[in-house]
Design a binder for this molecule. Structure first.
Ligand code: 13P
Length: 258
């Protein structure tokens, strides 16, 4: 983390867990134990049907609610899809885009880019996910793959809009496996992402962009990962489903007693 230049962000990704009633229960418990300091931005990205319960519960707090996907189109005959402006109107601040679980369902880099542009046009903060498979890592293609994903996702995004983007590095082999990247591995790729942004937008923009790590981050390993200079926060799956664990990770961003 480097709080002098950029925001620390701790974001939960609930994936397809929790009903609206369970959302309400989580929020009630989480609110009572949530670290109160303002040293980091906190986001909870929840299933679409839970957004309204989450927004209602967290209205008076600093927690921003997010979605886990959006459609790139403004409106139209897209049964089952949700447009970015609908998410904004429902009270969302964030939207996760390009998660590897969605890419595995067929989402391409071109799709991710179109969604990023739609999110930005509608005033949402996109949390753009990139990450290599185990096979790519073993073939030493990690950096080439990340480079392509980052450049594709940000195609047509101007410098002013980049300031509202969050990038999340999530190695696929670390997601939901309990196999966390070492802090060195996480730092190496997050630093590379910043170098790509520097090449695209210049040093100042690169210094200001928040780059998160995601993949089996939990209450135990968060502090070490977050201590890396280019890891500006976490995108947390499993551990964001438990109020205590999520609160501990927020506290691990430091100055918990602020
Ligand atoms: P886990 O924290 O459960 O590994 O999930 C990470 C993730 O995919 C967050 O988007």
């Amino acid at each position: 983390m480097n709080r002098k230049y950029r925001k620390t962000v701790i974001a939960g990704n609930w994936k397809m867990y929790k009903t609206p009633s369970e959302t309400k229960e989580f929020m009630t418990e989480f609110k009572s134990i949530m670290p109160k300091g303002r040293w980091c931005d906190v986001a909870l990205c929840v299933p679409a049907v839970c957004i309204s319960a989450a927004v209602r519960a967290m209205r008076e707090t600093r927690v921003g609610i997010g979605a886990e996907n959006c459609n790139a189109n403004a409106s139209g005959a897209y049964t089952g899809e949700i447009a970015a402006n609908m998410l904004l109107d429902a009270g969302c601040k964030y939207v996760i885009l390009g998660h590897s679980e969605r890419r595995a369902m067929g989402e391409t880099n071109v799709d991710v880019n179109a969604k990023v542009l739609a999110a930005l046009e509608n005033g949402l903060i996109p949390i753009i996910c990139v990450g290599e498979s185990l096979e790519q890592r073993e073939m030493e293609l990690t950096m080439a793959h990340i480079n392509y994903q980052v450049r594709a996702a940000l195609s047509g995004v101007d410098a002013a809009s980049l300031r509202r983007c969050v990038i999340a590095y999530e190695p696929i082999w670390a997601i939901g496996t309990g196999k966390t990247a070492t802090s060195e591995q996480a730092e190496e790729v997050c630093r590379e992402i910043r170098a790509i942004i520097r090449d695209m937008y210049g040093a100042r923009a690169a210094r200001g962009v928040s780059i998160l790590y995601g993949g089996s981050m939990n209450a135990k390993n968060a502090a070490e990962l977050l201590a890396q200079p280019d890891v500006d926060g976490g995108l947390i799956g499993g551990a964001s489903l438990k109020p205590n664990d999520f609160a501990t990770i927020i506290a691990a961003t430091g100055e918990a007693n602020e």
